[in-house]
Design a protein around this ligand. Structure first.
Ligand SMILES: C[S@@+](CC[C@H](N)C(=O)[O-])C[C@H]1O[C@@H](n2cnc3c(N)ncnc32)[C@H](O)[C@@H]1O
Length: 243
């Protein structure tokens, strides 16, 4: 498994345009709405990256803190949060009960979940909300191939997620009102694989996996081959809960 900080050092330059979901304002709005924040909320965006989620909260809540391990990604975060802290989400430098909301998009696939989820719970105030959005497979039919594609696309990935994996972790941690919201994101594979951090052989390997995919996978993902590109309706799950 590649080191996540090195992976994102190489990806930082291209990150803000490296997929459709990265730029999707409807998705960002959905995460904002689900977090249930108000003007007095203290918000923590973990794995903030270039701050694309933090930006939606900045100025609309009392304070937004971003947390990440990659100063290279943060170089591409302009005025979009009140402060940024460089630390792993498995060991956050915050006191217990510090935040009204913890949010994260596409960050916990690199996590030691048995450390990160308790940390999220610890830093949230009682009654605080958690909103965690991640790419998953749809079901057992597409699981193996989805994970093989994800592995080639991001060698730093630690967790390969099924739709209810994160919400199950939240439940086990003692969060209440846990729920999952589906969000389908139509992706251009040419755009998604050109992330600046994987070799040509990985990109070729991903295209080959799509070409040789069985019909069941192609149907679930609504795979289309058009104009030299491959289109895939990927599944994001947004897990929510309350401390
Ligand atoms: C795919 S980016 C997501 C960025 C942002 N949340 C977004 O939605 O655009 C993943 C981010 O997770 C960060 N990351 C990886 N491992 C981490 C860890 N252990 N602790 C904190 N951040 C981490 C990476 O540095 C990277 O910025």
């Amino acid at each position: 498994m590649e080191n996540a900080a090195i992976h994102f050092k190489n990806r930082a330059q291209k990150y803000n345009h490296s997929s459709n979901w990265v730029e999707d304002q409807a998705l960002i709005n959905r995460i904002f709405e689900l977090s249930g924040v108000g003007t007095e909320s203290l918000v923590l965006d973990i794995a903030t990256g270039t701050g694309l989620i933090a930006r939606r909260f900045y100025g609309r809540v009392k304070n937004v803190t971003g947390l990440d391990i990659s100063p290279d990604m943060a170089k591409h975060a302009d005025e979009c949060m009140d402060e940024i802290i460089f630390a792993p989400y498995e060991q956050m430098p915050f006191a217990d009960n510090s935040f009204d909301a913890v949010v994260c998009r596409q960050g916990l696939q690199f996590a030691e979940l048995d450390k990160a989820i308790p940390e999220i719970h610890r830093v949230l105030k009682p009654g605080g909300t958690v909103t965690l959005c991640h790419l998953t497979a749809y079901n057992d039919t597409d699981r193996e191939l989805t994970f093989a594609i994800q592995k080639l696309r991001n060698p730093a990935r630690r967790n390969y997620l099924m739709p209810h994996d994160i919400s199950t972790c939240l439940q086990k941690q003692g969060f209440c009102d846990v729920a999952d919201t589906e969000y389908v994101t139509p992706e251009s594979i040419n755009k998604w694989i050109d992330n600046g951090a994987i070799p040509q052989e990985n990109m070729d390997g991903i295209r080959e996996l799509y070409r040789s995919a069985d019909e069941a996978f192609k149907q679930i993902h609504h795979v289309r081959f058009a104009d030299g590109d491959i289109l895939d309706d990927m599944l994001l799950m947004i897990a929510t809960g309350k401390k």
